[in-house]
Write a protein of this length. Structure first.
Length: 182
């Protein structure tokens, strides 16, 4: 049996637009799950999905997997469980037979997921754009309110002027009448 893996070990890293998941064994709670290749493959896929989730990726983002089996005679069982775990996702895949794996595992799955850095930013950009649009809308409403108030004020002035003009002829009529009396 191979010696247990010791640090340095990084289970997942981002490299630009790529999220790279180190080989995942069929381990749970620090031990290989019982049940052979079937159970180990199922658990390795669960572990792979969990690692991807830490970076905001899913199994559908995986472009390539590299799989290791300690016994190539178990490939049909491995393949069945791999297909079940990946659902409709079908990344490019290589499967290699190896002498042994860490912790006595029978299966290990490594994955490369493509998740553009820009793909994460639009949510933030959309929120910023919404805020900017809201500010513009408020800014547009404010002048519109001012214009409406100015229109009302202008209308009042027009009404006052009209009233003044109507009143003016009465005064001139009175003056004319006063002039006639003189």
């Amino acid at each position: 049996m191979a010696a247990p893996a010791h640090p340095p070990y990084t289970p997942i890293v981002r490299a630009g637009d790529w999220v790279i998941v180190s080989g995942q064994l069929g381990m749970k709670d620090g031990a290989i799950v019982p049940g052979g290749v079937r159970a180990q493959t199922q658990q390795a896929v669960i572990n792979l999905k969990a690692q991807l989730a830490t970076m905001g990726a899913t199994i559908d983002d995986i472009a390539k997997t590299l799989c290791f089996l300690t016994d190539m005679d178990t490939f049909p069982t491995f393949n069945e469980m791999y297909a079940a775990g990946f659902g409709k996702a079908r990344p490019a895949r290589s499967t290699i037979g190896v002498k042994e794996l860490p912790f006595g595992g029978a299966v290990e799955i490594e994955a490369w997921a493509f998740l553009p850095v820009a793909a994460k930013k639009p949510a933030k950009k959309k929120a910023a754009k919404k805020k900017a649009a809201a500010k513009k809308a408020v800014a547009k409403k404010a002048p519109a309110k001012k214009k409406a108030a100015a229109k009302k004020a202008g209308a009042k002035k027009v009404v006052k002027k009209s009233a003044a003009k109507k009143a003016a002829p009465k005064k001139s009529v009175k003056k004319s009448a006063a002039k006639k009396k003189k």
